[in-house]
Design a protein around this ligand. Structure first.
Ligand SMILES: [Zn+2]
Length: 64
């Protein structure tokens, strides 16, 4: 069963599960989608997407 956002219940992508681990808790077993991550941190969704792009550029293996 694929993971869902603990806040809104939408299916989360691999990027979103990885972003939750990087931004909130490395050992997270509950995940947030990008819009809910943005709300959690009170930032624009674009800022979360930029962080994901940054982690990918750094070669973080959590991301595909
Ligand atoms: Zn959500």
């Amino acid at each position: 069963m694929s993971p869902t956002c603990k806040c809104c219940g939408k299916p989360v992508t691999k990027d979103e599960t990885a972003a939750t681990k990087k931004l909130i808790n490395r050992g997270a077993t509950e995940y947030l989608c990008i819009p809910c991550l943005a709300r959690h941190f009170d930032v624009a969704e674009e800022a979360i997407r930029e962080r994901i792009a940054y982690f990918k550029a750094m070669g973080c293996t959590l991301f595909e």
